[in-house]
Design a protein around this ligand. Structure first.
Ligand SMILES: [Ca+2]
Ligand SMILES: [Ca+2]
Ligand SMILES: [Ca+2]
Ligand SMILES: [Ca+2]
Length: 204
C-alpha cells in the first residue's frame, strides 16, 4: 500500500519583487523601441500611397482645367490679344483683349459646385478651394458630382486649391506677359502633406 507523506514541503515558485521590476523595465525599453522605430516606419509606408493619390487627383484637375478655353474672351476662332491689324492694340474690328490680371477668376454666374459646374475658361479655376476643412468640403468631378467608390467618398480627407496667373515668360513667377497662364494645383493629403503641381496653358 503506497504511503502518502503529507509532511513534504512544496517549493514556492513565482517572481520575486526584483525580478518583476527588472521585467517591467525591460518591457518598457522594448515598448519604447517599438514606438520610436516601427510606428514611424508604418506611417512612412502610408505616405507614398497618399502621394500617388494626390498625383492622380492633381493630374485629373490639371487635365480638366487645360481643356478649357484659354480665356473668357477667346471664342471660336477669335483669340484674345490677337492684334489683327498690327497697330499695337486689341480694340479694332474682330479684336478683343484677354481678361485683365486683376479679373482672373470665374465670371458672374459661373461656379463649380454640386448645383452648377459651368467653368469655361482656364482662369475660372483661380481661387477654387475644395475638400477637407473647406467651405465646400467635397472634392467633385468636372460635372460637380461627388466621386464615390465602393460606398466611400473618393479623396476623403484630401483638399485642393488652385491658382491661375499670367506667366508669359514661363519662369514660375506671375508677370504682365499674357501669352501663357500658369495653373498651380496644391493638394493637401490626409497626413498633412502639401504637394504642388503646375502646368502652363498657352494662348492657342
Ligand atoms: Ca489692333
Ligand atoms: Ca469663364
Ligand atoms: Ca474667367
Ligand atoms: Ca514670369
Amino acid at each position: 500500500m503506497p504511503v502518502i507523506n503529507s509532511n513534504h514541503s512544496v517549493k514556492q515558485t513565482g517572481f520575486t519583487l526584483i525580478e518583476m521590476i527588472v521585467g517591467i523595465v525591460i518591457f518598457g525599453i522594448a515598448l519604447s523601441l517599438v514606438t520610436t522605430l516601427i510606428f514611424p516606419q508604418a506611417r512612412r509606408s502610408v505616405d507614398p500611397i497618399m502621394q500617388v493619390r494626390a498625383t492622380e487627383l492633381a493630374g485629373t484637375l490639371l487635365r480638366e482645367i487645360s481643356a478649357k478655353a484659354f480665356d473668357e474672351n477667346s471664342r471660336g476662332s477669335i483669340r484674345c490679344n490677337d492684334d489683327l491689324n498690327a497697330d499695337g492694340d486689341f480694340n479694332d474690328a474682330g479684336e478683343i483683349a484677354c481678361t485683365a490680371a486683376s479679373d482672373l477668376g470665374p465670371e458672374p454666374g459661373e461656379s463649380r459646385t454640386a448645383s452648377q459646374s459651368n467653368f469655361d475658361d482656364v482662369d475660372d479655376y483661380n481661387g477654387l478651394v475644395q475638400g477637407a476643412g473647406q467651405a465646400d468640403p467635397i472634392i467633385r468631378n468636372s460635372l460637380g458630382e461627388v466621386l464615390v467608390v465602393d460606398g466611400q467618398t473618393l479623396y476623403a480627407g484630401f483638399s485642393v486649391s488652385v491658382s491661375v496667373v499670367y506667366d508669359g515668360n514661363m519662369d514660375g513667377v506671375a508677370d504682365i506677359n499674357q501669352t501663357a497662364k500658369l495653373i498651380t494645383v496644391n493638394v493637401n493629403t490626409p497626413g498633412g502633406e502639401t504637394l504642388q503641381f503646375a502646368r502652363y496653358r498657352s494662348n492657342y
